[in-house]
Design a protein around this ligand. Structure first.
Ligand SMILES: Cc1ncc(COP(=O)(O)O)c(C=O)c1O
Length: 423
């Protein structure tokens, strides 16, 4: 089976699975880290050591690393406890764990939400989308920087791979803080942690961030919520009575020492492997683009129409996510045909395989409704190899040949000539 859906979840790295195998059932980290016996105390102090190494390794300002079972829970915890007020900017097409919880809290009247503006950039036979940084800054300046209370975004949007947080955002944050604006910056790094060079982020600007372990090769059921010291204090006050509060931390509960140590033993190794792979990933993206351009060129000749629309530019996208639109067949059907070829990709946002024609996330990503049933996502992980991409392309070519009748019908009926003029 060729697995190209690593943005949804990826396999634990062999280093992680070996560690876990060697630990069960009574390995040194299996003791309850909160109990009062020397074995438990050892686990507790090992975890504390790992936490401080983690801060040092990434040069993060000191704060708290709260361990939860998922990035969803980490986002929810932040939204529940953070001192959010005034206007909070988010991106309405982001992962539901951030979007839905922010929208629910905004409904209580704690703050007003505004969504990051996107812009379309048309090209000859494709269309691209990028964040409109000028409109974003103008939006904030129009309201007055003092009315800004928060910026809560994913670094990389999971459905599209679109980069939502980069050097432009950092520049804007610096400018606004210079103007005296006081606001909380929360980043969901689930799709970028270890995949992006971590030293390119200025963590002195970030108050809080979320890391998902199962998307980068770490153990399952593990996520970290980083909160800088002052924010942690405020959140602790807010959450005095939640989750029992018996451990005086943001999320009380018995820590799973084994899973935590599996993650802490892995991340530095994982970061190096991702760095080594980055160049190959860019070549694989190029292969996918060449393939779609070649098919388009053939189809232009025979039908005066395109079969593929590649909607997101490399410059504005995570290298690890390649989202495209295949007009020839509905994505549900294509997924089944690819599965018969033993290839797994995704048709929609990672953790939310909704069926149906209009997808709110795609609408928020400015994808016209007519294309929603045709959106596909290929995503790479540490164990992706070039042969996976070659096999995917060959399988796609076979499907285009074998389903020619259906594809021609679909294009003729729904998309006709000069597809890109109908956006
Ligand atoms: C950006 C983002 N945030 C949060 C999540 C939720 O992750 P988890 O499965 O760890 O709850 C996902 C899952 O795809 C995601 O892509």
């Amino acid at each position: 089976m060729i697995y190209l859906d690593h943005a949804a979840t990826t396999f634990p790295h062999p280093m992680v699975s070996d560690f876990l195998k060697n630990q069960s059932p009574w390995g040194v980290y299996s003791f309850n880290p909160h109990s009062k016996n020397s074995s438990s105390e050892n686990v507790w102090s090992e975890i504390q050591k790992c936490k401080s190494n983690f801060f040092k390794y990434f040069h993060w300002p000191l704060g708290e690393l709260t361990m939860t079972a998922s990035a969803t829970l980490s986002n929810n915890l932040f939204v529940k406890l953070a001192p959010l007020e005034k206007t909070v900017w988010y991106f309405s097409g982001d992962h539901p764990s951030l979007v839905k919880s922010l929208e629910a809290r905004a409904k209580l009247g704690h703050f007003t939400l505004k969504s990051l503006p996107l812009k379309k950039i048309s090209k000859s036979n494709e269309w691209t989308i990028a964040v409109d940084w000028n409109a974003f800054l103008k939006g904030i300046m129009d309201d007055g920087p003092e009315s800004l209370g928060g910026l809560c975004l994913s670094t990389v949007n999971n459905s599209s791979g679109l980069i939502l947080y980069n050097q432009h955002t950092e520049k804007i944050i610096r400018e606004l803080r210079k103007l005296g604006a006081k606001f909380v910056v929360h980043l969901d790094m689930s799709q970028s942690f270890l995949k992006d060079p971590m030293n390119e982020y200025d963590f002195s600007l970030i108050d809080s961030c979320v890391i998902s372990s199962h998307k980068c090769g770490g153990p399952r059921n593990f996520s970290l919520l980083y909160t800088q010291s002052a924010l942690t204090k405020k959140m602790l006050n807010e959450g005095e009575f939640i989750h029992g509060g018996h451990q005086q931390v943001l999320y009380s509960g018995t820590l799973d020492g084994v899973t935590a140590m599996a993650f802490f033993n892995f991340y530095q190794h994982g970061e190096k492997e991702f760095a080594l792979q980055r160049h190959s990933i860019m070549l694989w993206r190029e292969k996918l683009r060449k393939f779609s351009n070649a098919i388009n060129a053939q189809y232009q000749k025979s039908h005066n129409a395109n079969l593929f629309l590649c909607s997101f530019d490399d410059e504005d996208s995570s290298p690890y996510i390649f989202t495209f639109i295949f007009l020839g067949l509905p994505s549900d059907m294509l997924l089944r045909l690819l599965e018969k070829e033993k290839i797994l990709i995704s048709s929609t946002s990672a953790c939310n395989a909704k069926k149906g024609k209009i997808d709110q996330t795609f609408t928020n990503l400015l994808i016209p409704a007519v294309y929603h049933p045709h959106v596909l996502r290929v995503s790479f992980g540490l164990n992706t190899v070039e042969d996976d991409i070659d096999q995917f392309i060959l399988a796609f070519e076979r499907i285009i040949k074998s389903e020619k009748f259906l594809i021609d019908q679909q294009i003729g009926r729904n998309f006709g000539k000069n597809t890109h003029h109908r956006l």
